[in-house]
Design a protein around this ligand. Structure first.
Ligand SMILES: Nc1nc2c(c(=O)[nH]1)N[C@H]1C(S)=C(S)[C@@H](COP(=O)(O)OP(=O)(O)OC[C@H]3O[C@@H](n4cnc5c(=O)[nH]c(N)nc54)[C@H](O)[C@@H]3O)O[C@H]1N2
Ligand SMILES: Nc1nc2c(c(=O)[nH]1)N[C@H]1C(S)=C(S)[C@@H](COP(=O)(O)OP(=O)(O)OC[C@H]3O[C@@H](n4cnc5c(=O)[nH]c(N)nc54)[C@H](O)[C@@H]3O)O[C@H]1N2
Ligand code: SF4
Ligand SMILES: [Mo]
Length: 683
């Protein structure tokens, strides 16, 4: 294959910038696409070619022999996988199998992986959206009928007010921040930022509420109470488009704004100013991120935000809405195509008889009706009911909570398969490792944060014996369904166009979209008949649920899981612009490592003084779950009592400290944003 430039999609975040290979630079460069219309990109996009070119790429399959991973032929590796799956089903039935799909991979690849799970008669398939916006999606689907951005990047600039909570788009969604949010702010849009830290996003804010981690519900309820107190309720919207306002108002009557502000750790006057700004705005758009979603009350956090939006009529018009900024380049799509344990493609519940029958009409077999397990639950069942696990493009040894327990569990599987492009920390624990293709080595579609389907175009062949991901999943599907007793044999197409065409026949939200029509542009779901580019603003006259009304859902604060003793600090975790998630790709980029190669624990000067810690000191951060060491960055940018580390590194492995004991009861998301820790100077 020639290196002729062909536009593709950045492999990193959910913004979905178009990239292409530039032979002159021998690297990636921005290409004016549907999102980055001027070809603008961030440092990760600019360094994305280093993933392709890295000499650490997996080029041969590996199998474990006598405790060590050794190179093997594809045939031998696939035989091991088929044998492992057959043994697991023999011993424990189809639910002894587990599949981790990949939000970094295409719709077609994920569609095929979830179909494989279901052909094997299990719904044990999930993707790392579980650790991410599963709570947001649960709350939004419940109330509005769709778990996706209500609005589009093109219209959010019409907002008079942005309410950004638990998100840091300046670093995590840089092109959205620079090309969509900042220009509006420069034109006069007011921004309220809710975050325990001052970040690059906060610099553009008019009001900053440095919330205590885990206390978003009291904060949002107090904002709603101010809206009522000051007569800022959108009475027409509430009367016509909502249900249950009386109970919600009674709930708000009980709210003491000052007491809630104190509980949430913010200045009551600032909270009132934020509420007033949001309530008075003709159009206010909310953006919500991991600071909201990654709590054991993550679903309720988002319910509290939805209540505020309904009370002020900020849904269903340009420049309003609830806009979760999604994670990877295809985390929206991985869910859309059914790589989730409770829904089929297009979010049709597995428990819905009619939906299963419809799907069976295309597949020729009926998927199982019992919802499967979620990612953390599947890990917890390793060696205890689940014996075979296929991990596609994820690195749970670094990214799941309570790493010590997670790594022990990953070793417990009788057969752990890792299908990746690098020999990751998870691959080190595997029985079989399959070398796949990176972003410029595959074609297919991904769905970005504002529901746009974008096409990736292959520029190069994968290195060595590595194969295209769709071909790998296809071959695994052929071998495994042939080996497992009672499975429906699959012989999937290796052409993404054909896979996409089948997907559009199975998934109602993608119905009618044509692969070729996407071209180098985009098409947005939902895609009603006769649509040209799909639907922009959702919930205009009716909610996607089919109802004209959405209900209010009063929620109460629940205390964080970890009790915080006097000598504890609260650890919250997150990201920086130069690194991505487990760092599997960005830690292998020389350019990005030069920009940010070491992690540091952010700590407030007051907390540092009390412990005799100076900027740059190495400290031990520990709790009952684990212990890590890191240098300290003393900074007033973080609220007192709170410390912050990223999870981008295998060392310090911050997830050694996070908990998996109590998951969100609805979305099963773990608590990544609140752990009690002790910090001491290393001796
Ligand atoms: N550069 C970069 N970009 C990325 C990624 C990356 O790793 N690196 N990952 C991608 C992925 S998978 C995702 S999901 C998105 C995530 O994007 P974001 O949602 O922006 O991610 P985080 O940095 O985890 O969390 C955002 C903010 O929440 C704050 N926070 C912590 N606790 C609380 C709390 O209790 N309440 C509130 N209100 N805020 C709190 C943190 O201080 C942090 O600044 O980014 C995507 N983009
Ligand atoms: N403490 C803490 N932990 C967290 C979070 C947090 O905020 N704090 N955030 C959570 C969130 S939001 C998320 S989304 C998860 C992310 O968790 P993961 O999905 O486990 O993390 P990634 O590093 O994105 O893993 C992607 C893997 O896919 C591989 N890969 C990339 N491109 C391709 C490809 O084209 N083909 C194949 N086959 N492989 C590919 C990479 O090498 C990498 O190993 O982490 C969660 N963990
Ligand atoms: S903003 Fe996101 S999609 Fe765009 S170049 Fe940066 S990492 Fe890639
Ligand atoms: Mo994520």
């Amino acid at each position: 294959m020639s290196d002729a430039p062909r536009p593709s999609v950045c492999p990193y975040c959910g913004v979905g910038c178009s990239l292409q290979y530039d032979p002159d630079r021998d690297g990636a460069t921005g290409w004016p696409g549907p999102v980055n219309t001027r070809g603008e990109i961030c440092p990760k996009g600019a360094a994305a070619w280093e993933v392709i070119d890295s000499d650490e790429r997996l080029t041969r399959p590996l199998v474990r022999e006598n405790g060590r991973l050794v190179t093997a032929s594809w045939d031998a590796a696939l035989d091991r996988i088929a044998g492992g799956a057959a043994r697991a089903v023999e011993a424990g039935g189809p639910d002894a199998l587990a599949f981790f799909a990949s939000s970094n991979c295409t719709n077609e690849e994920n569609y095929l992986l979830q179909k494989l799970a279901r052909a094997l008669d299990t719904n044990n398939v999930d993707n790392c959206a579980r650790l991410c916006h599963s709570s947001t999606v649960a709350a939004m689907r419940d109330r509005f009928g769709a778990g996706a951005m209500t609005n589009t990047l093109a219209d959010i600039g019409e907002a008079d007010v942005f309410l950004v909570t638990g998100a840091n788009p300046a670093e995590q969604h840089p092109v959205i921040f620079r090309s969509y949010l900042l220009p509006a702010i420069k034109r006069g849009t007011t921004m309220v930022h809710v975050d325990p830290r001052k970040t690059d996003t906060t610099r553009a804010a008019d009001v900053h509420l440095p919330v205590r981690p885990g206390y978003d519900i009291p904060l949002l309820s107090a904002m709603a109470a101010v809206v009522v107190e000051e007569g800022l309720v959108d009475e027409t919207f509430v009367a016509e488009r909502t249900a249950g306002v009386d109970a919600y108002r009674r709930h708000l009557d009980e709210v003491d704004v000052d007491a809630n502000a104190e509980l949430a750790g913010v200045d009551p006057a600032d909270l009132r100013a934020a509420a007033r700004a949001y309530g008075e705005a003709e159009r206010a758009a909310a953006f919500t991120g991991m600071g909201m979603s990654q709590h054991h009350c993550g679903t309720d956090n988002v319910h509290a935000l939805l209540n505020l939006a309904l009370l002020t009529g900020n849904v269903g018009r340009e420049g309003t809405g609830i806009n979760p900024l999604r994670g990877q380049n295809n985390v929206q799509g991985a869910g859309d195509v059914g790589a989730l344990p409770d829904v089929l493609p297009g979010y049709q519940p597995v428990t819905d008889d009619a939906a299963r029958e419809r799907v069976a009409g295309v597949w020729g077999f009926e998927p199982p009706a019992k919802p499967g397990l979620t990612e953390v639950e599947m890990t917890h069942r390793a060696g205890d009911g689940i014996e075979f696990c296929y991990v596609f493009g994820e690195n749970p040894a670094v990214t799941e909570p309570n790493s010590t327990r997670a790594r022990r569990a990953l070793r417990e599987f009788d057969c752990l398969v890792v299908h990746d492009i690098f020999r990751t920390e998870t691959a080190e624990l595997a029985d079989v490792v399959l070398p796949g293709s990176a972003w410029a080595e595959k074609s297919g579609t991904v769905t970005n944060t504002d529901r746009q389907l974008l096409r990736m175009h292959e520029t190069r062949a994968p290195p060595g014996d590595a194969r295209r991901d769709l071909a790998v999943v296809g071959e695994v599907a052929r071998r495994v369904t042939a080996a497992v007793n009672g499975a429906t044999p699959l012989d999937p197409p290796e052409d993404p166009r054909a896979a996409f065409e089948e997907l559009t026949r199975v998934s109602p939200i993608y119905a009618g979209i044509e692969y070729d029509a996407i071209g180098t542009g985009s098409v947005r779901w939902p895609f009603p008949e006769g649509a040209d580019q799909g639907t922009g603003v959702l919930h205009r006259d009716t909610f996607e649920s089919g109802d004209r009304r959405a209900r209010f859902d009063p929620v109460d604060h629940v205390d964080p899981v970890d009790p915080v003793a006097d000598d504890h600090l609260v650890l919250t975790t997150g990201r920086v612009i130069q690194q991505f998630n487990s760092g599997a790709c960005t830690r292998r980029s020389g350019t990005l490592m030069r920009m940010r190669g070491e992690d540091a624990l952010q700590m407030h000067p007051g907390d540092a003084d009390r412990r005799g810690i100076a900027d740059g000191d190495r400290v031990v951060v520990e709790n009952d779950r684990g212990r890590v060491e890191a240098p300290v960055e003393v900074t007033p940018a973080i609220r007192e009592g709170t410390v912050f580390l990223t999870f981008h590194y295998a060392d310090p492995l911050v997830n050694a400290l996070t908990g998996d004991e109590m998951l969100d009861p609805v979305a099963k998301i773990p608590e990544f944003k609140h752990s009690a820790v002790r910090v001491t100077v290393e001796t």
